[in-house]
Design a protein around this ligand. Structure first.
Ligand code: SF4
Length: 245
């Protein structure tokens, strides 16, 4: 199994809501989100072939302390085949459940992972409005794929952590896309994390100028989204950066 990444951290208490994880970062991404603070990983800077034996040794040692092997990036599904092998090994050999953080634009590889039975938790960002947040020309096609992936989640009883990175774009520009996403999700098993986009120097975004304009939303902007979702009976958690907004 050959995986290109930057490394791993264990234990981590901040990558999945209320869970302890062994978190692994894989390289490469098909989006260019201007707020991305993992853009070096997305651009494959500082990446290399991972030492899988060492990774598995450390996973074995951590197995009793963690809830998940959590794989993030970048976009992990760009390496979906070896990643699936890793998930199979972690679950079958070390009894560790797996969590996948993906941008949900690669629906076919996502389905292969969900069908495998080796993915036990999924996380994705709901980036709204996508025309501003994806950072690529073909955002419409990617948004369609994103909706298909959300819709797919209805077929599996796998918990989905839907993270909303909140920017300062007006609510009227975000709401139609949030509505489309909720319609696609239907009765899927999901909860929402509201995550205010932070700016330099707290994080190191890909495009600082963009972030000067659109990051660091006001608390009221977070509450509008929270209230809207809660009014529909959705479980919502606000990520704890209140001192920074
Ligand atoms: S935020 Fe995620 S999806 Fe966007 S460029 Fe960064 S790694 Fe890729």
């Amino acid at each position: 199994m050959k995986l290109i990444g930057t490394g791993w951290k264990s234990p981590s208490l901040i990558d999945v809501h209320n869970k302890v994880t062994f978190t692994l970062w894989l390289c490469g991404c098909n989006l260019k989100c201007p707020f991305c603070h993992n853009w070096k990983i997305a651009e494959k800077i500082g990446c290399g072939e991972l030492d899988i034996n060492r990774l598995l040794d450390e996973l074995d040692s951590a197995s009793l302390l963690i809830d998940y092997l959590h794989v993030t990036g970048g976009e992990p599904l760009l390496q979906w085949e070896p990643l699936l092998e890793l998930f199979k090994t972690s679950y079958e050999n070390y009894n560790v459940e797996n969590s996948l953080n993906t941008n949900f634009t690669l629906t076919i590889p996502l389905k292969k992972h969900l069908d495998s039975g080796y993915v036990h938790h999924v996380a994705t960002d709901l980036k709204v409005p996508p025309n501003e947040m994806y950072g690529v020309e073909n955002w419409k096609a990617l948004w369609e794929s994103y909706l298909k992936s959300l819709s797919l989640m209805k077929e599996y009883d796998i918990p989905l952590e839907l993270r909303i990175p909140v920017s300062r774009f007006p609510w009227e520009e975000k709401k139609p896309y949030i509505d489309q996403a909720l319609k696609a999700l239907g009765d899927a098993n999901f909860y929402v994390i509201i995550n205010p986009l932070l700016n330099y120097p707290v994080v190191n975004p890909r495009n600082k100028e963009w972030c000067d304009k659109h990051c660091s939303p006001q608390k009221e902007e977070l509450n509008i989204i929270k209230d809207y979702l809660e009014s529909q009976g959705i479980k919502v958690y606000l990520k704890g950066h209140s001192e920074l907004i």
